[in-house]
Design a protein around this ligand. Structure first.
Ligand code: NDP
Length: 281
């Protein structure tokens, strides 16, 4: 019998509305693990001290959210190859004081594509909207999974160019760039919105994208999870296209974190239900 709990948690600012804790705590309960997920607000100037603090307290792992995903790099001992390529970390595993930075956003997206949408990414042609943190993570994992090409659309050309260059150099994938508006051609297999367009409270907005020539078999995905039913996904479904929402990515990135920390399979269904409840509340 032990009364000592294992600790993991989230560092970010703001964090009050972040639902990750509800999802992870439900998973710990389901897996009969005496683990706690602590959601902690940390200002940028305090990140170094917070990292020392969680190590001193014996935390087993962390999630990082805005504004710490890049800033945390200099406080970590080691990075996974994907985290290095993406240039950002959202999950840390801590073992015997050693910190390993990983990025599970793109891996979570990929698991959703394979398990929920039942699409095998190898050889697919991808149209990716956005060049921010989520887009970089998604692009890196799609490239590592063997997609044949990634066309990136971004408003800020410099940010887009940096991402496309990093992708080509880091993975060898064929990558190109343009800016808005977008017409989806009939050779595209997977469309991904990784911009924040459509995110609450701007739920009536959708990316400036013409789906008129898109193939009905193409898969349209949205990283936006609040709301999970975005205008883009509604428009795609109206055309008979298949869709994948941002909740899938959010659950699976959390599931991968759970598995990294605990070494046990994640109870994905329980996590998804907990997340839906938290977002509805
Ligand atoms: P960033 O701020 O890093 O990037 C935002 C991206 O959106 C940039 O490409 C930006 O373009 C683009 N963008 C924003 N507003 C506009 C606009 N009005 N017109 C054109 N482009 C615009 O954010 P993240 O990458 O971290 O997040 C992006 C989205 O992904 C968010 O909605 C977030 O909630 C979601 N997300 C979902 C996750 C999940 O698990 N489902 C995980 C992580 C993120 P520019 O470079 O030109 O500014």
């Amino acid at each position: 019998m032990s009364y000592r709990a294992e600790l993991v948690g989230l560092l970010g600012q703001p964090v009050d509305e972040n639902p990750t804790g509800a999802m992870q705590e439900a998973a710990f309960e389901e897996a009969h693990l005496d683990w706690r997920y602590v959601t902690m607000e940390v200002a940028p100037a305090k990140l170094g001290a917070a990292m020392k603090g969680v190590k001193a307290l014996g935390f087993r792992g962390l999630n990082l959210t805005i504004p710490h995903k890049v800033a945390v790099l200099k406080h970590l001992d080691e990075l996974t190859p994907a985290a290095k390529l993406i240039g950002a970390v959202n999950t840390v595993a801590i073992r015997d004081g050693h910190t390993l930075g990983e990025n599970t956003d793109g891996k979570g997206f990929l698991r959703g594509v394979v398990e929920d949408a039942r699409v095998e990414p190898a050889g697919k042609r991808v149209l990716l909207l956005g060049a921010g943190g989520a887009a970089r993570a998604i692009a890196a994992e799609l490239a590592l999974a063997g997609v044949s090409s990634i066309h990136v659309v971004n408003r800020d050309p410099e940010r887009g160019e940096t991402m496309v260059r990093d992708l080509r150099e880091g993975t060898g994938v064929s990558a190109s760039l343009s800016t808005w508006p977008v017409k989806v051609s009939d050779d595209i297999d997977i469309v991904v919105n990784a911009t924040s367009i459509g995110l609450y409270p701007d739920i009536d907005r959708m990316p400036d994208i013409d789906l008129g020539d898109a193939r009905p078999q193409a898969l349209v995905c949205d990283a936006v999870f609040n709301p999970s039913e975005t205008r883009l996904l509604r428009a795609a479904r109206k055309r008979g296209m298949r869709t994948l929402d941002g909740l899938s990515m959010l659950v699976y990135q959390g599931a991968i974190g759970f598995e990294l920390w605990t070494g046990k399979p994640a109870p994905e269904r329980v996590m998804k239900n907990a997340l839906r409840r938290a977002l509805a509340a």
